[in-house]
Each structure stands twice: as C-alpha cells, then as structure tokens.
Ligand binder design. Sequence first.
Ligand SMILES: *Cc1c(COP(=O)(O)O)cnc(C)c1O
Length: 423
Amino acid sequence: MSKDFPLSHEELTALVKKFPTPFYLYDEKGIRENMRHFTRAFSNFPAFREYFAVKALPNPYILKILKSEGCGGDCSSLPELMLCEKSGIAGDYVMFTSNDTPAAEFRYAYERGDIINLDDITHIDFLKEALGGKLPDTICFRYNPGPLKAGGNAIIGKPEEAKYGLTREQMIEAYARCKKEGVKKFGLHTMVASNELNPDFFADTARIVFELAAEVKEKTGVRIEFVDLGGGLGIPYRPGQQKVDLDYVSREIRKLYDKIIVPAGLDPLMICWECGRPITGPYGWLVTTAIHEKHIWRDYIGTDACMADLMRPGMYGAYHELTVSGKEDAPKDHVYDVTGSLCENCDKFAVQRELPEIDRGDLIIIHDAGAHGRAMGFNYNGKLRCGELLLREDGSVVEIRRKETVEDYFATLDFSGLDGFTA
Ligand SMILES: *Cc1c(COP(=O)(O)O)cnc(C)c1O
C-alpha cells in the first residue's frame, strides 16, 4: 500500500508553481485528528497531558495548532522555551526537560512558571543557586533505570550507557531533600526509548515509573502528582510496519495504574507524554524535484533537496518512503539511489530503492518527515535550508517558514571588518 499524501498530482503541480521545491508540507487536518485520537486513547485516566516535543517540529504555527488541541510543549533549550511562549504555551503547559543546563535557562523557565524537570541530583543545589537561594514550588526528576533488573533491561536496551537522569537511590534522596526544602508538587519522568514500535515496551516503562512513585511515597512521604512517560513512541516508516496501538497501550497502562498507583494511594495521578514523532511525523512531507539523472555504476536521481533539509537517512541510514507524484500506481521496475547535492556520499534519501521510472522534473515526495525533519537541518556546504508550508483544513496553503537566503547564511558575519583586517 502506498503511503498517504494529502494533495493530488494536479494540486501539487499547481502548488509547486507558487512555492518552488524543495519544501516541507504539513497537514493540519491530519495532525489535529491524530492528536484527538491520542487524547481519546488516554481518556481512561483521571488526567492526561501531552507535552509536544518542540525539537521535533519547532514551528510556532504548528505549536499553536497543537495547543488548541490541548497540548503543552516539551523544551530542552532557551530558544525552545521562547518558542513556546511566543506560541501561547505557558506555565505548567511547558515541561523543561533539559540536561547539562545553563543557570540562565533555569532562571528563564522559573520566571515563567514552566515545569522544571531536573536531570541530576546535583541540579537541586545548582537550581537553588541559580534562583538566588530558593526552589520552585513544582519539581520533576528524570529517572534513569540503568542496569537494574527492575528496569526491564531486556527490552529497554542500555539506559546505563545514557547520560540522562538519576539513579534509583538518587531519586529517593532527591524527593526527600526537596520535600524538606519546601517544594510542594512533584513529578516523575523517564525516557528510555526512541522510535519504539513494540506497544508492550511502553507498559513496561509505565510499570517501572509507577513502582518507583509508590516507593518514593513509602520511603519519603512525597506524593507524586504526575508521571511523564517521555517520548520514543515510534512510527511505521517502512512498509509493512504496524502503528503502535495507542488504545492497547493505554489499556495496559491503566491495568498497572489500578494495580500499583491506586493501592499506593497515588490516585489521581496525571499521565503525561512528551512525544514528538508520533504526533506530527506522518503528517509532514519533504517535496523535492528530480533535477538530474545519471547512470554510472549505479543509476542516480539527483534532487533539489539534500541532507541539509532532511538529515535522518544520511546520518543514520533511516528509511523514508519515497513516492513519485503522479506515478503512484506505476510499476516499481527501476532501482535508484536518490541523492542530494552535499559533498558527502551519505547524502542519499534512498539507496538501491525500487521505484517507478523517474524523469527530470518529476516531483518526489519523501514521507514521514513531519518530525525531526526540517528541525535537524544544517548549513554545512553552504546549503540553505528549505521552507515550510501548512495545508490548512480548508484546503488553502500558507507558508509558515520561508526558505533561507544567502543573507541568513551570512547573518553572523561582519564583512565590514575585513577592510581593516590584515591577513
Ligand atoms: C527527543 C525527545 C522527546 C521526543 O521524542 P520523539 O521520538 O520525537 O517522540 C521527548 N522527550 C525528550 C526528553 C527527548 O529528548
């Protein structure tokens, strides 16, 4: 089955006349319906909140849409905090899950009432010092289950090699310490997966977090009021892969809630996620034009986009489905490497991929690029990143980020200094 794209060949051809390729296109209707489905799936808990991982798609128009669907924002830097603020996402709708955090960023988050999620036990004192001797009323801690058996190591991979979070002992100590310091409200966070498609993985993560919340209450008297299960919910990039069944995940987590949280006296507990990829990933596409065709030891199609626009395939061999607009039903009887223009041989959107015959001028649609796509772009090789378009629910298309210009690329340089600079 061919992957979805919201525009017909005629509509896309018309759009490209107005907005030349390459560009990202996002589908507002798809994002909204998907977010509603996500929220519905978790309506079996007393309280639920998704903090959209801003790093996945840091565009204020998208953030505003997500906010209107009830989302908060999960940030890891000052510019991301500012982006949330500019998009109308504020206070406890902002989760500041940073690591190795500068003091000024903690101060900024504190002043706006954002939730601060600490990555280490030493950050209690660091934060206190940054805030002039006080702590916020609300604090969350990030848990790293490490190699502990209770950490479900078999499916979680190797959290003990991850730089994030506190150990189990440190978690207990950290809550006890903050309680003594007068902190009033507590959260517990963990994130131990990336692009995981196994639904049982997430129930297991919830179990680990629930058990720790119960232990924290027992040992310190601290009542955790929200748990943040992080991100890491995968999407089916490859044909044949299955979507994570959120209703199943939610039902399984609810069972654990009844078994662990309710008897521990922790009900009501708010369930939070900070997903990026499964929220916008399938509803964004990189649209590019085939501008060259070459036949050497392999057959190549050269596009007008490159790895600077979408880094995932080049950086870690990530698979993205490609379709050729208007040739969706044509036989896939050609094998191509589809490349960008970077002076790096890894700059390939697809390697030895079976595709229909591609002609110069064909529009190639790169699927599942709505998260960690444009956001991971860069300027290496003097490449100027492409812009972003939004397909509104009424069918209109608006530009929500323009293409970069040479002036943007030179913005940090002062050429006037060259006159007095003797080389
Ligand atoms: C990257 C990240 C996320 C989002 O991950 P997705 O795979 O996009 O869902 C959430 N939380 C933290 C702390 C992250 O680093």
